[in-house]
Design a protein around this ligand. Structure first.
Ligand code: FAD
Ligand code: 2HG
Ligand code: ZN
Length: 461
């Protein structure tokens, strides 16, 4: 143990697990952005709410900043610790605390992985419907702190919809029990919703009470090949009107190229410009409706090829083409954009953005995919191997300023589901007015008067 400030923490909490080994600092100091060099002071692994409160109180006294840390799968730099902060990892607080079959809620510690929550719900005959590829590594605390979305938002909404209550240790070390699982509660400001998407800037989420859904119906997965972007919205409208959609996701030929290069099975003998992966409630009538909808789309020229899953294994194979994209491009340290507009604004926004990126990025590999049914596009720009990281990021920042302008014109958001963190901090004002940001600052000051909770993230004090 090198830093003398830590001696006080050890004295206060002799049982606390504290890591200072350089390999641990490296591991816990970064998230999936891989852009910043990790340099935390230490990593604390509390095992109880009382320990978390004591850590925050010690940090206030010692003037040490805290970075709340879940699975560090975040894509906006929110969990990065590059300035001598104390990383507070919730990974040891990973237990299911209770299930109430009448309320249909599951109470878990914040470090519980999303997949463990899904499994716990399934074992109890219900479902936790938030879902995405990082399910095995990300935590419920991180999901709440970013208001994570994923592949089923089109039917079930974001994480926010499923948080019935939570416990937060705020920046003063106070334990706030907000929401308490009530269905109805009109007793003033909803501090639970303030905490959702707060990115660790208001405190550390230590527990969550999650609403559970009915188990999903049996489903089939369809992969469709499309000739152009315009067809995408037509196919979406057609399928949404005729089927019970559980998911409607899209990817471009470049995205498919990278997933296949990473080991996925190519779905068709030919390649096409765009693909849709859609999941819908299955049954004899639904399959017939799906076939009819498919034929209609082919007749209109919106779909040029397609395949429908005949087994769970095939469904998983089709999903891999969409879910494997982030991992398949990770080696290029991509510059990520995660933008949204209202679904009705999507055709005009898409046309403008497509023209903008074709003009500004003629030589870069630009990988488009995302949750088109939610108005949410992911645009990953891949760094050419022979380009320096700084020059690449500077160029991407220039284009993101143009993209932020387009978003402003179309009433969209610079972060749909990944959060602002460090990556999108310079562009927050394209989505939020000065008056709104001032209100957010005020809220942050009340809950974190010393400015020690994830400083430098989301917006500056
Ligand atoms: P971390 O990365 O550890 O932290 C994220 C933010 O939350 C940070 O600001 C951190 O300080 C804060 N935080 C973490 N835990 C707490 C806590 N207990 N209390 C307070 N603040 C906390 N995201 C989507 O929305 N949709 C997707 O489809 C999606 N797919 C992904 C696929 C892959 C392969 C990967 C790698 C990531 C994906 N993500 C997606 C992004 C990421 O998984 C989510 O943002 C997730 O919610 C982050 O959870 P985490 O536990 O890893 O949080
Ligand atoms: C997804 O939808 C995730 O797969 C990750 O939100 C997006 O890697 C990305 O840009
Ligand atoms: Zn996504």
């Amino acid at each position: 143990m090198t830093d003398p400030r830590l001696a006080g923490l050890v004295q206060t909490l002799p049982d606390l697990r504290l890591l200072t080994d350089p390999a641990d600092l490296e591991h816990y100091g970064r998230d999936w952005t891989r852009r910043w060099t990790p340099a935390p002071l230490a990593v604390a692994l509390p095992s109880s709410v009382a320990q978390v409160q004591a850590i925050v109180r010690w940090a206030r006294g010692a003037g040490v900043a805290i970075v709340p840390s879940g699975g560090r799968t975040g894509l906006s730099g929110g969990a990065v610790a590059a300035n001598g902060e104390l990383v507070v990892s919730l990974e040891r607080m990973n237990r299911v605390l209770g299930f109430d079959p009448v309320d249909r809620t599951l109470t878990v510690q914040a470090g519980t992985p999303l997949e463990a929550v899904q499994n716990a719900a399934r074992e109890r005959g219900l479902a936790y419907p938030v879902d995405f590829a990082a399910r095995g590594s990300c935590s419920i605390g991180g999901n709440i702190a970013t208001n994570a979305g994923g592949i089923r938002v089109i039917r079930y909404g974001n994480t926010r919809e499923w948080v019935a209550g939570l416990k937060l240790v705020d920046g003063r070390g106070e334990l706030l029990d907000v929401g308490r699982g009530l269905v109805k509660n009109s007793s003033g400001y909803d501090l639970r919703h303030l905490t959702v998407a707060s990115e660790g800037t208001l405190g550390i989420i230590v527990e969550a009470t999650l609403r559970l859904a009915d188990p999903p119906p049996p489903t089939s997965v369809m992969l469709l090949a499309l000739p152009d972007f315009e067809a995408l919205m037509q196919v979406f409208s057609t399928l949404r009107a005729r089927l019970r959609l559980e998911a409607f996701e899209f990817l471009t030929d470049r995205a498919l190229h990278h997933v296949v290069a990473h080991g996925a099975q190519p779905p068709f003998a030919e390649t096409y410009p765009f693909y849709v992966v859609t999941e819908f409630a299955a049954g004899e009538a639904e399959e017939a409706a799906a076939l009819e909808a498919f034929e209609h789309c082919v007749g209109e020229g919106w779909v040029v090829d397609g395949v429908i899953s005949q087994s769970e294994a095939q469904a998983a194979q089709l999903w891999r083409l969409r879910e494997g994209i982030t991992e398949s491009v990770a080696r290029y340290v991509p510059y990520k954009n995660d933008v949204s507009v209202r679904i009705s604004a999507m055709p005009a926004f898409l046309a403008e953005t497509q023209a903008l990126l074709a003009r500004e990025y003629p030589h870069f590999d630009v990988v488009w995919f995302g949750h088109i049914g939610d108005g949410n596009l992911h645009i990953n720009v891949l760094k050419p191997d022979d380009m320096a990281q700084d020059a690449f990021v500077a160029d991407c920042e220039r284009v993101t300023r143009l993209l932020a302008g387009a978003l402003q014109r179309h009433g969209g958001s610079i972060s749909a589901e990944h959060g602002i963190g460090l990556v999108k901090k310079p562009y927050l004002s394209s989505t939020r007015s000065a008056a709104e940001i001032e209100v957010m600052r005020g809220i942050r000051r009340v809950l974190d008067p010393d400015g020690l909770m994830n400083p430098g993230k989301l917006f500056d004090p």
